[in-house]
Design a protein around this ligand. Structure first.
Ligand code: G3P
Ligand code: MG
Length: 242
């Protein structure tokens, strides 16, 4: 089972900052997930939320800031254990750090309602700009129109369907939609990661990854029911006590 560092080693360092990615690499992560947005002046950046309210205490929206402005906000301000200044990193900087170490990188594109028009071709250009990167990349999104656009642009790109608010009843239609974009992965929340759901998704041919798994007990349960990968804020989760 893949242990995917979720937003870097975000249990130990401020999520989606260079510090969190450095730590993930240093502690041996080979599988990475992070969230991609775009600034007003067209820079692809790594951050979870669409704005900086939670992380930096500023309601500024990434789409409405130039990178020079965004980079003055402290994305670590919310992380009580280590609030020392960390800016929102450029995608390029994250790739410089994790690229050489990575076996697999999940770019989660945050593009609800198409807030970043054209981000699909820009990310594809970034994936093709470094030797070997495209082959170890997988793009996922909660915005399924975004996945459809990625598929229209690239027949080969590996896609992951992100289940949002899925109940067991909705899983079967989601499988059909995920198949329609030829997703190879299906990512679902821990709260619905039960054996029958995993079995259904595996039978449908998907690699199944579960988010976010932060206790060793849950990690072992996921392994037991046949999950292929877990997103964890603690990439050392299998060696942890709880
Ligand atoms: O990509 C898996 C997981 O990160 C999806 O949820 O909200 O943590 O980005 P979120
Ligand atoms: Mg994510």
């Amino acid at each position: 089972m893949r242990i995917i560092s979720h937003r870097g080693a975000s249990g130990y360092a401020p999520e989606n900052t260079l510090k969190a990615f450095e730590l993930a690499v240093k502690t041996g992560s080979r599988d990475f997930e992070f969230d991609v947005h775009r600034t007003r002046d067209g820079r692809l950046v790594v951050h979870h939320d669409y704005d900086l309210s939670r992380t930096a205490g500023s309601p500024a929206r990434i789409a409405e800031l130039d990178y020079a402005e965004l980079s003055r906000l402290n994305a670590a301000a919310h992380f009580a254990a280590d609030p020392a200044f960390q800016r929102v990193p450029l995608l390029e900087e994250v790739l410089d750090l994790v690229g050489p170490a990575a076996d697999w990188i999940n770019f989660e594109v945050k593009n609800d309602g198409g807030v970043y028009p054209g981000i699909e071709s820009e990310l594809l250009a970034a994936l093709n700009s470094r030797p070997g990167l495209f082959g170890k990349s997988l793009v996922s999104s909660f915005d399924h129109d975004t996945l459809r656009r990625f598929r229209a642009l690239s027949p080969e790109l590996r896609l992951g369907w992100l289940g949002h608010g899925l109940s067991e009843l909705l899983l079967a239609p989601a499988v059909l939609k995920a198949r329609a974009v030829r997703a190879e992965n299906f990512h679902l929340a821990l709260r619905i990661a039960f054996r029958p759901n995993i079995a259904l998704l595996k039978k449908a041919g998907f690699s199944v990854c579960v988010y976010t798994v932060n206790s060793r007990k849950d990690a072992l349960r996921m392994e037991e029911i046949g999950v292929d990968g877990i997103f964890s804020n603690y990439p050392d989760i299998m060696g942890r006590e709880a």
